[in-house]
Each structure stands twice: as C-alpha cells, then as structure tokens.
Design a binder for this molecule. Structure first.
Ligand SMILES: *[C@@H]1O[C@H](CO)[C@@H](O)[C@H](O)[C@H]1NC(C)=O
Ligand SMILES: *[C@@H]1O[C@H](CO)[C@@H](O)[C@H](O)[C@H]1NC(C)=O
Ligand SMILES: *[C@@H]1O[C@H](CO)[C@@H](O)[C@H](O)[C@H]1NC(C)=O
Length: 480
C-alpha cells in the first residue's frame, strides 16, 4: 500500500530540514575553523614582527658537523623498481645490507609515518638506488646535512656563521659566500638518499600515517667528523656566542674500529672544554638508534650542553639517554601537549640541575618541535631571551619550510592543536586556553619559562627533510 501523500510530504519536508541543517552546520563549522585559522595566523605574524631581533652587531654562531648532497625522490616508486619477490614484513634493521632489509626497515617506519635514517653497508645496492632514484620524475638534488641547513638558516636570520665540514668545490658553490667554511676539501661528497612519502600514501598493504621521509646513506666522511681538527682550530679566534652541534647521528651504526667512536667524541668534548663561557652550546637531536652511541654522548657530550632541540620522536630517546633507559624507535606521531611537556620537564631537570661541568652559568633550554605545535622551555633568568617571539618564529618557519614559500597561505594551512590543552597529565596540571588573537601561550613554573605555539600545519607539503633543523635554528636566532 502506498503511503498517504501527506506522509510523503512530511517525509520530504523533514528531509529538506535535515539537509538544510546539515549544510548550515557544515558552513558554520567551516567558518569557525577558518576564522580561527585566520586569527591564529595574524596573531603569530604580529608576534614575529613585534619581537624580531635586530641586533647592532650580528651574533656569531658556529655550526658543526658535516655536509652531503641530498637526492630527493619518491619512496614507493624507487622501492617498486628494486626487484625482490620476497614478501615484506615490517622490521627494523640497524644497518641495511640488502633489498629485503631495506624494504623491511622502510616498511617499519613508513606505517608509523616516523622519520628514520639508516646506514647502508652495501655500496653496490646504494649506487643502484642512486641511479634509479635520480631518474624518477620529480627527483632533485640539493645541499644536505644537518649542519649546512642550520648554518644557512642562521645566515638568513642575520647571524655571522662558521660551518665545520669538508666538502667538494662543487658543493661549496651551493653556499652563500658569507658563510665561512672550515674543514678542507673533498674530491667527492657523501650522498644521502631521501625517500619521501605523503600522508595517506600507500605501499603494498601499508599506509603512511603522515608525510615523512626515510633516509639512506653510505657515508665515509661524515661519521668520522673529518672536519673536527680544522674547525676546532678556527673556533677560538671566531669566538662565537653559540656553538651548535648536529649531525652526530651519522655515527649511528657506522662500522667504526674498536674505540674509534669514543675517541672522536672525546675530541669533541675537548673542543667544547676549550671554549670560554661566552659560548653557549646547543645540541640538535636526531634519529639515534644505537643505544651505546647515545650512552657515550650522554657521558661525553651532553653534560656540557645548555640547549637541546628535537622532535617528538627524539624526545623520549634523549630522556632515555639521560636516565639510562632503553630507547624507543617509534613513538606517538601526534603526542598530546601534556605528554610532551611532562617529558620535557624530566629532561629539563637533568639539564638544569646537573653540576655545570664547564663551570659556567647555567642556561638550560629545550625546544621540541612537533607537527601540531612548538614548545620552548628556558631556565628563568638565563640569557636566552624572547621565548614568545622564538615560539612564534618556530611555528611560522615550520609552515614556510614545509609549504616551500615565504608567504603564509591560509588556504594551505590547518590547525591540529585544539583551542585548549592540559599543562600536565599529573596532579596540578591545568587547562590552558589558547587566545586565537594572541596564540602563543607562555607561563612560568618553578624557575622555568614555557611557551607553546600552535603550528599552521601545511596541507600541501613540498618538503619535510631539514624541517627540524630549520625550525630549531630560526628559533635560536631569536634567542641569542
Ligand atoms: C638479506 O637479508 C635477510 C635478513 O638479514 C637475509 O635473511 C637474506 O638471506 C639476505 N638476502 C640476501 C640475498 O643476501
Ligand atoms: C648487495 O646488493 C646487491 C644488489 O642488490 C646484491 O646483489 C648483493 O647480494 C648484496 N650484498 C649483500 C652482501 O647482501
Ligand atoms: C632494555 O635494555 C636492556 C639492556 O640493554 C635489555 O636487556 C632489555 O631487554 C631491554 N628492554 C626492552 C623492553 O627492550
């Protein structure tokens, strides 16, 4: 039996009502989100301009170690061209010897969307990958390595920069001539193969949780810090306000002779101990997987470091090194602010309360950059200034770097951070509401100054590699 026509009209009417309500709610939700995005963007840009640093004399920054040529190419395209019939099971190998180990290790990090870097001991396979990768559509070469990225950023931010690395004449031409390079020449540069993927990409049965990259290298110069002697000799006369140490993850799982790695780290320690208290020290963390290397760093280098920069994956590993616990290979891709703040407080306690082994005043500082937000903690009363400006600068730099543009395009950005967050998961944690017009939240607790800035997450990612180094340096340049 057909339904009475009034019933049909009623049904039709309510359908329209629901449809209108649905459309209306979508419009308003989108409007609210857009309005918030605009406000936060304006707010961050205002802080950046207001707190820009314009020192009369350029601050001097020395940056070590290493440089290489980066080949950027598409991860799944390249791996598809490496023949193997063997099914891939995600598993992490510390050193890659063959295609199976490469694909398994890649799969392991890919499914978590976690950045990773591995040494490939098989030079035949590595050359093969370079040859294939360079031919793929969209493949391109660039100057690479943590230290050059940081040096270039400090230079752009108006610092006078000394960079410690060996490289070929060809690679030197990639640098702004204002950057002083100490470390001598190389006939051919180390190459890093950067296998990139986007959020939601799929490879076999796996899907990437977020855009990221897997780096494979076969370096012979960078792991031995071959530039160290020349760099040390020039440091004294350069007399920098800040020495930044990065790139030491090149030593991770490298086949050193017995005792050779500790010897290099001891030399780095001696270099540090030779510096006067005028020079503050920053260490840029990276993807370390070798526990014994992290333990050696914790013993020989970390006790002299004032400031640490890292991402959310590296924070638990620094914590593990300082508290002599096991390292984690992958951790939460989208950690809550409260979780990160709690881990940072623990790390900060060690960095801040440790006997200062250089006998200088203490200047503890930690900067954690995540996809969704930036957090900077500094010891209250230390010589790190301008936390607020630095956090805003870090957030804007994250967007500019990943979107590959100096202009912030709101149409290519979104906010992941909610409009409030908890300051801790423990008792005493409080809810902090973000004021969209003044989006950087800063507060003080127990002698520590903390700022949290939401990131305008880029939705059309052009590059992820070098992001952490760029963000860390941009923030530091605001704080020297
Ligand atoms: C590649 O490595 C895997 C895991 O270590 C090993 O089982 C396999 O035999 C290796 N294959 C070749 C061809 O060497
Ligand atoms: C190195 O890679 C090549 C090319 O994939 C492969 O034929 C060879 O078996 C690998 N060597 C080792 C020791 O696994
Ligand atoms: C932690 O490290 C110790 C010593 O290196 C090892 O015996 C233990 O199995 C590790 N625990 C985990 C959970 O990996």
């Amino acid at each position: 039996m057909a339904a009475p026509s009034s019933w049909r009209i009623y049904c039709f009417g309510s359908l329209i009502t629901i449809l209108i309500a649905f459309l209306y709610s979508r419009v308003t939700v989108n409007d609210i989100l857009n309005e918030r995005l605009h406000q936060v963007t304006t707010g961050l840009l205002e802080v950046e301009i207001k707190h820009a640093v314009r020192p009369k004399v350029s601050p001097k920054v020395a940056v070590g170690f290493g440089a290489c040529k980066d080949l950027f190419t598409d991860a799944s395209e390249l791996l598809a061209r490496l023949n193997t019939e063997i099914p891939v099971t995600p598993f992490h190998y510390n050193v890659l010897n063959n295609v199976t180990e490469l694909k398994s290790t890649f799969a392991y990090f890919y499914q978590h969307g976690a950045a990773a870097e591995r040494f490939m001991s098989n030079s035949t396979l590595f050359s093969e990958m370079i040859a294939i990768g360079a031919q793929l559509p969209g493949a391109h070469w660039a100057l690479g390595g943590n230290a050059p990225v940081m040096a270039s950023r400090f230079n752009l931010e108006g610092c006078e920069v000394l960079l410690g690395t060996k490289m070929s004449e060809d690679l030197k031409s990639y640098f702004d001539p204002r950057i002083k390079i100490s470390g001598g020449n190389l006939a051919s540069d180390d190459i890093h193969l950067i296998l990139e993927y986007k959020s939601g990409d799929s490879w076999g049965k796996l899907t990437a949780a977020r855009a990221n990259r897997f780096i494979v290298h076969s370096d012979l110069n960078n792991p031995t810090i071959s530039s160290l002697n020349d760099f040390t000799a020039e440091l004294k006369s350069f007399h920098p306000q800040l020495l930044v140490i990065g790139g030491l993850q090149m030593m991770d799982n490298f086949p050193f002779k017995p005792g050779q790695r500790r010897e290099i780290l001891q030399k780095i320690r001696n270099t540090i101990l030779d510096l006067s208290c005028w020079t503050r020290l920053h260490f840029e963390m990276a993807s370390f997987t070798d526990e014994s290397l992290l333990q050696d760093l914790a013993e020989l280098v970390f006790p002299y470091i004032d400031s640490f920069g890292m991402n959310e994956q590296e924070l638990p590993n620094l914590y593990a090194a300082l508290y002599k616990k096991n390292i984690s290979l992958v951790s939460d891709t989208y950690p809550r602010v409260a979780t990160v703040l709690d881990q940072m407080r623990e790390v900060f306690r060690v960095v801040n309360t440790r006997q200062n082994q250089r006998g200088c005043e203490q200047h503890a500082r930690i900067h954690v950059h995540t996809l969704a937000y930036q957090v900077i903690m500094t010891r209250h009363g230390s010589s790190w200034k301008n936390n607020l400006g630095a956090a805003a600068k870090a957030s804007l730099t994250a967007n500019r770097h990943t979107c590959g543009s100096g202009e912030i395009d709101v149409a290519k950005a979104r906010l992941i951070l909610d409009n409030s967050f908890a300051s801790s998961k423990h008792d005493g944690g409080r809810r902090i509401h973000i004021d969209d017009g003044k989006p950087v939240s800063c507060w003080r607790e127990e002698g520590v100054h903390i700022c949290v800035a939401p990131v305008l997450v880029c939705t059309e990612v052009l590059q992820t590699a070098g992001g952490g180094d760029t963000i860390s340096s941009a923030a530091l340049a605001y704080q020297i």
